[in-house]
Every structure is written in C-alpha cells, then in structure tokens.
Design a protein around this ligand. Structure first.
Ligand SMILES: NC(=O)c1ccc[n+]([C@@H]2O[C@H](COP(=O)([O-])OP(=O)(O)OC[C@H]3O[C@@H](n4cnc5c(N)ncnc54)[C@H](O)[C@@H]3O)[C@@H](O)[C@H]2O)c1
Length: 258
C-alpha cells in the first residue's frame, strides 16, 4: 500500500497529461503537491480542483532563474521537497533529417535535456540540504528502441543516461533517481496529433495489449518510485509501454501531422 502522507512532491509539466495525473494521484495518497508549468492558468486550475494541499507556480524548466523562482514560491508552503517528477515535455517537429532546421532539433533537446538537468539540479540541491528524496524523470521507449523521429528520442536517451548518472552521484546522499519509459499514453500530447489527422491504428495494432496506457497507469508507477516502497531502487528504468517495445523492427512512429 503506497502512502505519501507527510510528503511534499513537486511535478514539472504538472498542469497536463501524465504530470496532471501524477499530481492528482499523489494528492489522493496524502501528499502536498507543487505544480510547476509554463502554462500558469492550467496549473492554477488544477490546483483549485485538487484542494488545499496543492500549490502552483509558473515556471519554465528550460530556465534556471525561472525554476529557482518557482521552487522558492512553492517553498513558502512546502518547506522541503521529498519527491519530484520531471514530466514537462514537448513534441518533436516532423521534418526529415536533410531538411530539418538545427533550431527545431535544438528546441526539443533543450526542452527535454536542459529541462531535466535544471529540475534535477535545483530540486536535488534542496533535497541534499533537507536529507534526501526521490526524483523521477520522464524518458520514453524511444530511448530504448529508436524510431525515425529526430531529436525526441535523442533527448529521451539523454534523460535516461542523466538519471542513471545522478543515481550514482547521489546514491550515498540519500537521493534516489529513477526514470519511466512510457510507450504511447493517452494524453493531449497524443490526441492533438490524432485531431490533426494522424492515424494511430497501425501503432495500436502492433502493441501487444492493443491500446495506449492511460495517464493514471503511468502515475501509479511514479507514485511507487516516489514512495518508500521502492527504497531499494535507484537508476532503474521502468518500461510502461503496453508491450510495444516487443514489437518487431523499429518502433512504429509513423508520420507526424503538419
Ligand atoms: N504521451 C505520451 O505518449 C508520452 C510517451 C512517452 C513519454 N512522454 C513524456 O511524458 C511527459 C509528459 O507528456 P504528456 O503526454 O503528459 O504531455 P502534455 O503535453 O499533456 O503535458 C506536458 C506539460 O509540460 C508543460 N511544459 C512544456 N514545456 C515546458 C517548460 N519549458 N516548462 C514548464 N512546463 C512545460 C506543458 O505546458 C504541459 O502542461 C513528456 O516529457 C513526454 O515527452 C509522453
């Protein structure tokens, strides 16, 4: 039985999709929840819905000063951060390599790699002072089995590596760092693509469970990793993909919509 009572958990990208499901699930398990997002209105709305133990802060994970300010704001109500989930992320653009502007490649890498680096650095620094904690990063099955998509998979592979390097650095300092590799998860991230005309059926047909995961299924794994029930785990890679990495060939990514 997972108990997060007395814990304070901060979630980046907490206003939508997987991050929002983690906030809701952690709140339900008794935690105080700090929602950081670049979409301040959505973060505020979620906090209002959750209740009095939910606090929000506008923050851009790509900016150290913005994240510092967001964490300071949360600190007014959350004296220590016992857990953190770095869930903020953006989608890649669709160009083939020979036509891809470097800027588009960098955009995805900077959001994912710099965002995770800055989040882990600033939260980890506070955890070192307060005696430790548990950090969960959000990688992807594309870190394990590359598909044709550029930038996104490279960023997610870097997140996995950074997570494991931090697990080694901070192991004896009582900070655990683990990553989740979701496959396809039914979030606005994915639904926006479907609305823009992308056919997801070839992907779902290749998936052993025949479906996407729900955000709350990913949240359950995050809660376990945040909780003391996973106390022996650090540097671990939790694959939550409805079996899609077992599918043959490269991961079916398909065309991204215009
Ligand atoms: N949905 C999937 O199928 C899937 C699969 C594998 C991995 N992931 C990863 O899971 C994470 C969450 O994805 P999701 O599907 O919930 O997406 P989502 O778009 O629903 O939510 C992402 C959130 O991150 C926020 N965000 C983006 N850039 C930010 C920034 N610079 N600073 C602060 N907040 C920022 C957005 O405002 C949004 O609220 C992402 O890292 C994504 O790459 C998603």
């Amino acid at each position: 039985m997972i108990d997060l009572g007395q814990k304070s958990i901060v979630v980046t990208g907490g206003a939508s999709g997987i991050g929002a499901a983690i906030c809701a699930a952690a709140y339900k398990k008794g935690a105080s929840v700090g929602v950081i997002d670049i979409d301040g209105d959505a973060a505020l709305n979620l906090c209002k819905k959750l209740g009095r133990r939910a606090y929000c802060a506008l923050g851009d994970v790509e900016s150290e000063s913005s994240m510092n300010a967001a964490l300071e704001t949360l600190s007014l109500n959350m004296p220590a951060f016992n857990g953190c989930v770095a869930s903020a992320g953006i989608m890649p653009t669709r160009e083939p390599m020979e036509e891809m502007p470097l800027e588009n490649f960098k955009r995805v890498l900077e959001n994912h790699i710099n965002g995770t680096f800055i989040t882990c650095k600033l939260v980890g620094r506070r955890m070192l002072k307060s005696g430790g904690g548990s950090i969960v990063t959000m990688s992807s099955v594309l870190a394990l089995r590359p598909g044709p998509v550029l930038g996104y998979g490279a960023g997610k592979a870097a997140i996995k590596n950074l997570t494991q390097a931090l697990a080694v650095q901070w192991g004896k300092k009582n900070i655990r760092v683990n990553t989740i590799c979701p496959g396809w998860v039914d979030t606005p991230f994915i639904r926006k693509q479907e609305a823009a005309g992308r056919d997801l059926s070839p992907i779902l047909n290749m998936t052993p469970l025949g479906r996407m995961a729900s955000p709350s299924e990913i949240a359950n794994i995050a809660l376990f990793l945040l909780s003391d029930s996973s106390s022996a785990m650090t540097g671990s890679v939790s694959v939550a993909d409805c079996g899609i990495t077992l599918a043959g060939g490269y991961l079916p990514y398909g065309e991204l919509p215009e």
